[in-house]
Design a binder for this molecule. Structure first.
Ligand code: HEM
Length: 337
């Protein structure tokens, strides 16, 4: 098949895979510390207010959706998290998430008929996801569901069926991190950045680069406090703001930079990420009564790649799978808590 730029290639079995994934994901959501938590990214390491400012020099061909007007400012809520479905000590290896919600965004939504008025960007501290497609991800979870032997068997299956993907997972799990404010983040999956009505635009991935250098990982993460990442974020924001450069990377080769395989890195030397906005997280006390109230509110909020304007529509199989799974996870949390 001759692949084209900026196009999606859904497979015929997706509806069944999505249905199966929703069933598994919702079934795995058990109460933790008094309530049903998110199906993934159960533990927040911080929830903060920020400001998202579009750059004054944004290129004309990237001016779509929230990036339309140079210097436009959006109020944002940012939730930092560990990606596991269970609440674990911060020293345990995990992907680290950063979910950004831009408030009061006007325009047509990516899901027709949705009343959503925000634009979310969901990112983790890895440019790739250890599963290429919905089929691979669902198979991994189906094996995990087997009583007693599920988890080790799923890992053995991954090692046997795709060693490269096992390596991505191992790299993510072995990275020792210092603070959620010192990490780079990537969307991993692709998004449309273009006109809501016409084909003019690009498939892109997003990334964020922190304005501060990493201070060096803790010597012995196993002996750190269970919430050391929250403590690092809290300490930092008491006296200093944190700034991230928000960048978009366009797909320039439909084979080397696939839309349907999120385990492949889009080479940043081949298609350079372009800075389009700045996320500023101002000085704030996340442990004050106001900070804690925001954290509480954040736990009830719904972040999703599909809380998006049509100009930022999620693309690719993993994102198509995510639509129903996030809605189901959010519905279960809302119903049970
Ligand atoms: C590139 C791939 C992915 C990235 C970057 C990503 C990132 C994230 C982030 C940052 C969050 C936390 C949002 C928050 O703080 O509220 C999240 C939540 C979640 N993710 Fe993903 N994710 C990916 C793929 C997937 C896949 C394939 C699934 C399962 C099919 C999944 C299921 C979930 C669920 C169920 C939640 C919780 C939703 C809720 O109840 O609000 N994610 N994800």
């Amino acid at each position: 098949m001759n692949l084209e730029l900026n196009r999606e290639y859904p497979t015929l079995d997706e509806a069944r895979l999505i249905e199966e994934m929703v069933k598994i994901a919702v079934g795995r959501m058990k109460p933790q510390q008094g309530r049903i938590r998110r199906g993934q990214h159960a533990k927040a390491t911080g929830c903060v207010r920020g400001v998202f400012t579009i750059r004054d020099d944004i290129a004309d061909d990237l001016r779509y959706g929230v990036f339309q007007k140079p210097m436009q400012v959006f109020q944002a809520i940012v939730r930092f998290s560990n990606s596991a479905e269970t609440i674990e000590t911060d020293g345990k290896g995990d992907a680290r998430g950063m979910a950004i919600k831009l408030m009061d965004v006007a325009g047509s939504p990516a899901i027709p008929g949705s009343t959503n008025r925000c634009q979310d960007f969901l990112t983790v501290n890895s440019p790739v996801f250890p599963f290429a497609t919905p089929a691979e991800f669902v198979e991994f979870f189906e094996i995990r569901e087997m009583p007693f032997v599920g988890d080790p068997l799923a890992l053995a299956w991954l090692a046997f069926s795709n060693y490269r993907h096992l390596n991505i997972a191992s790299e993510i799990l072995s990275e020792i991190v210092t603070s959620p404010l010192e990490l780079p983040y990537w969307s991993g999956s692709p998004y449309w950045l273009g006109s809501a009505e016409t084909a003019s635009g690009h498939a892109v991935k997003y990334s964020l680069v922190p304005g501060i250098e990493e201070t060096g990982p803790p010597q012995d993460p196993g002996n750190m406090a269970h919430d050391y990442l929250h403590q690092a974020l809290s300490r930092h924001l008491k006296t200093r703001e944190a700034v991230f450069e928000f960048r978009v990377q366009s797909q320039t080769d439909p084979v080397a930079m696939p839309v349907e395989d999120v385990s492949v890195v889009w080479d940043e030397a081949v298609s350079r990420p372009i800075p389009v906005a700045t996320l500023t997280i101002g000085v704030q006390d996340v442990d004050s009564p106001e900070g804690r109230a925001l954290a509480e509110e954040c736990e009830t909020m719904a972040f999703s790649p599909w809380n998006a304007m049509a100009e930022h529509r999620p693309m690719g199989g993993i994102n198509r799978l995510r639509q129903a799974v996030y809605l189901a996870s959010q519905a279960k949390r809302a119903a049970k808590n």
